[in-house]
Design a protein around this ligand. Sequence first.
Ligand SMILES: N[C@@H](CCC(=O)N[C@@H](CS)C(=O)NCC(=O)O)C(=O)O
Length: 380
Amino acid sequence: MNKKLFAMLALVIVASMVLTACGGNPSTAAPAEPPSAETSAPAPTTAPAAPAPAQVEFTAPGYGGTLATVKERGVLICGVNSQVPGFGYVDAAGAFSGFDVDYCRALAAAIFGDPDKVEFRPVTASERFTALQSGEIDILSRNTTWTLQRDTELNGNFVHTTFYDGQGMMVPKDSGITDLAGLEGGTICVQTGTTTELNLADVFASEGIAYTPAVFDNADNTFAAYAEGRCDAVTTDKSGLVARRAVLPDPENHVILDVTMSKEPLGPMVRHGDDQWFDIAQWTVFAMITGEEFGITSANIDEMMGTATNPEVRRFLGLEGDLGLKLGLENNFAYNIIKLVGNYAEVYDRNLGPNTPTYIPRGYNSLYTDGGLLYAPPFR
Ligand SMILES: N[C@@H](CCC(=O)N[C@@H](CS)C(=O)NCC(=O)O)C(=O)O
């Protein structure tokens, strides 16, 4: 059964439970239990033994075996960017860094309790979906925008939005251009295989601005052409513009226009057909967000382990309940993510915070409690 069908069925079941609960006497309403053949048996006269840890049948339909493959291999293979500082970048020594790269490390920490059990596979915009579909990578974590076509014909499931972005436009400061209309008749550098290329066409057509696209196959070539003055402007996600401006020879001579051409919800993507893997990837994101919400950091988590009394925090840390087991992981998976990689804020600040060359104010990427869009479901 695919995930969406399963979700619909679950919704029907939950709705019927809710209706039953609402119609009944609230004081007798019990938490939902799995159906049991013994529900009508007389109540036992002795206290029941403590329930065994919940076992989840991971051979059921919807479990596509990715976790088993990754565990057997002993390393996660994560498709990443190598050309966008702050998000996915490889330095001269071959070391990967960035916000999307750290998500891969968090997933490795959740699975193996070791953030280094990950192999980074650089993929360009045009290569990324084939790499995921073919099984060359276990997950794509690379400034990828969630769209309907990618969700359907490209066989992908977007795990969750980890970075809310929008498309921008950068021009040389001395051009004096301040809005899109100022680019009338100009040449615009853009990368192929991206939503960027499509939005550029949509927005300029709807605003009636004539332009010539100069199309390149990766970020280095796109921005090299712009730096050489072969285009009047360059366009990509605003995050990408901030990132790539930082590595231009003269960052101070370039401005990002105060226009947002699209919505670009960026996040990791997995293949259709493996709900368990999807859940693991998604709850890794939720663990990072929840860590921030609870004020649990890599620095204070060990202390929290000894002092936490809030039941949800205790479940989050793996001190109570079996939440990790239900995913096919250890119960301390969220502990490992926070301890070994950090919560969302720590990862954000390390890569995009005020002390980095790729500083981007949190904006929409703040917790809902701070006026942003980050909101994780409960750990229960
Ligand atoms: N978010 C957009 C654009 C992502 C994108 O690929 N941006 C370019 C320009 S910054 C990039 O990352 N290029 C690096 C590469 O392909 O090597 C999408 O998903 O299509």
